[in-house]
Write a new protein. Structure first.
Length: 216
């Protein structure tokens, strides 16, 4: 019985060695199957969290508020690829007037990311234009924004970071921030940037042309 088992194993091994394309084809089919399953799963998640994804009441958006053509971006202020994506989206908004970009905080890189996200929420609470200025100025700075640069940005837009020392204000800001973080986790996001367009979840950086292709 043992000899038969060993003989069968040897035949299987010889078949694999002589026909590697069969294994490659099998792996390819398996990968395609998993991708299709993931796509369906993502579509279900987007549908389930549609309301939260499209919520702009916190003021974190740019473009035409009434537009039905929507790009949702999850970001971290200290993420270099998020900053790269900022310039792509800036060009899109300059070119296409009937597009809305909704921003969702997902500060996962550091405590400083959380702090900047809180300041962004404060800016949006003042008004949407203040958020736009804050978001743009942070993203246009190469690398990490140092304390001096941040202080100048906050002075320009009239935001006092000491507001966060007020427990009531800090709790309100943290609550808004947590909604975005919870949403990101519910969607299964693992990093930044990430985008949601229509019923698709796009993990990682993609260029502006590809974003537009998906949107259109």
């Amino acid at each position: 019985m043992l000899a038969k088992a060993e003989s069968l194993e040897k035949k299987i091994e010889e078949f694999i060695i002589n026909n590697p394309e069969v294994i490659l084809e099998s792996l390819k089919n398996y990968e395609e199957k998993k991708q299709k399953e993931q796509k369906v799963d993502n579509e279900i998640k987007v549908k389930k969290y549609f309301k939260q994804l499209n919520d702009t009441t916190n003021g974190l958006y740019m473009g035409n508020l009434d537009s039905k053509k929507i790009i949702i971006k999850f970001f971290d202020y200290n993420c270099s690829y998020c900053k790269k994506a900022y310039f792509d989206l800036e060009k899109i908004l300059e070119k296409e007037k009937d597009i809305k970009v909704i921003y969702k905080n997902f500060p996962i890189l550091s405590e400083n990311s959380v702090f900047l996200a809180k300041l962004g929420v404060l800016a949006a609470e003042k008004n949407n234009k203040t958020f736009e200025k804050f978001y743009s100025m942070i993203n246009k700075k190469k690398g990490l924004v140092n304390e001096s640069e941040l202080s100048k940005i906050l002075q320009k837009i009239g935001i006092d970071p000491d507001q966060l020392n007020n427990p009531k204000i800090n709790k309100r800001v943290e609550s808004k921030l947590q909604k975005d973080v919870d949403l990101a986790k519910n969607l299964g996001l693992r990093g930044t940037p990430a985008f949601v367009i229509k019923d698709e979840i796009i993990f990682g950086y993609v260029g502006g042309d590809e974003l537009l292709d998906i949107l259109n």
